[in-house]
Ligand binder design. Structure first.
Ligand code: SF4
Length: 332
């Protein structure tokens, strides 16, 4: 892989993003974790809110879980923030951030990508940081005919990125330049090859096949789970429950579903479809009343608004908050 011209292009074209304004490892780390699976524009307000509430590793290590989940609410993949808290404690125990990718990988939630990104951006270590954008640029330049999801192919990409990193380059800038190229020029659809600083070295461009790489893979169909969500209000409070500490959406709050001891009330059901990476929830939200033992706790209006809930339940929360039926005072 030859990437001559990349750094000069990056110096001219890089977007001004809040996490690029300094190289503090904590800030780099927070941004890199948030940016996994989430668009830059969506991350910015989360990033700013998170840093305002938890400005350093010590604050993160001491934060109660409910605060963390609330700060992460809507970003999804909540295990990321749970792992961040674990890693913050590990960092404090060892007296500070490790500086190399190999050491960073010992921390909770640090995979190859995060370790490489933090090591190179915050500590100027020569380490590759291969995200989906970099994989796409590489697969096109080298016309890689295999799935870029295969671990062996990712490792090959990481080796090539490291080999292509100029000896005198700032490793963090180099990695960010490759990622930026993938995010803004070598985009999944309609790559802007005529603006690309590395097109002279790009195999896919030369063959007029840019959009044929990375090779497409058939996506397995996601199973659809259909169920009813019960919106139960008594004395101005809504019934909610906390999900178990492990598994999908661990520790997040939700309205009851898959329960006995409830009776539907006449109402217009509210349909919500929520797509996870591995399955789809097709929910039918109805008003209901308890006819059996209560499972969960009552939350008044303020408590309901403050609870961390994932976006699958957000629409139902809004229905109740806007219903005018909830009052303040008396949560249990
Ligand atoms: Fe991507 Fe086109 Fe640049 Fe090749 S020339 S790296 S396909 S943008």
């Amino acid at each position: 892989m030859v990437t001559e011209g990349l750094l000069a292009w990056y110096a001219e074209n890089r977007r001004d993003l809040p996490w690029r304004r300094d190289r503090d490892p904590y800030r780099v780390w927070v941004s890199e974790i948030m940016l996994q699976q989430t668009r830059v524009e969506a991350v910015i307000p989360y990033y700013e809110r998170f840093l305002a509430a938890l400005p350093d590793v010590s604050a993160l290590a001491a934060a109660p879980e409910e605060q963390l989940l609330k700060l992460w609410e809507g970003l999804g993949y909540y295990s990321r923030v749970r792992n961040m808290k674990k890693a913050a404690n590990q960092i404090l125990s060892r007296g500070g951030f490790p500086r190399t990718a190999a050491e960073l990988k010992q921390l909770a939630g640090f995979g190859d990508y995060t370790a490489g990104a933090v090591a190179s951006i915050a500590f100027a270590q020569r380490a590759p940081a291969v995200d989906g954008n970099v994989l796409r640029v590489w697969a096109r330049m080298a016309r890689v005919g295999e799935s870029v999801k295969a671990p062996s192919v990712r490792r090959r990409c990481a080796r090539d990125v490291l080999d292509a990193m100029p000896q005198d380059a700032d490793p963090g800038l180099y990695n960010q330049a490759l990622m930026e190229l993938g995010a803004t020029v070598c985009t999944p659809r309609s790559p802007r090859c005529l603006l690309c600083p590395v097109r002279a070295h790009c195999g896919a461009f030369a063959a007029d096949e840019a959009e044929d790489y990375p090779i497409a893979e058939a996506q397995p169909a996601r199973p659809v789970e259909e169920f009813t969500v019960y919106l139960i209000v008594e004395k101005g409070r809504a019934l909610v429950r906390r999900r178990p500490d492990t598994g999908l959406l661990a520790g997040m709050w939700e309205f009851p579903h898959h329960v006995d001891g409830v009776r539907e009330l006449p109402c217009e059901p509210v349909e919500v479809r929520h797509v996870f990476t591995h399955k789809i929830w097709q929910m039918r939200g109805v008003r209901a009343e308890l006819t059996g033992p209560r499972e969960g706790v009552w939350a008044d209006k303020a408590r309901l608004a403050a609870l961390p809930m994932n976006s699958a339940m957000e629409k139902y929360r809004q229905v109740l908050l806007e219903s005018g039926e909830l009052t303040d005072g008396g949560a249990d």
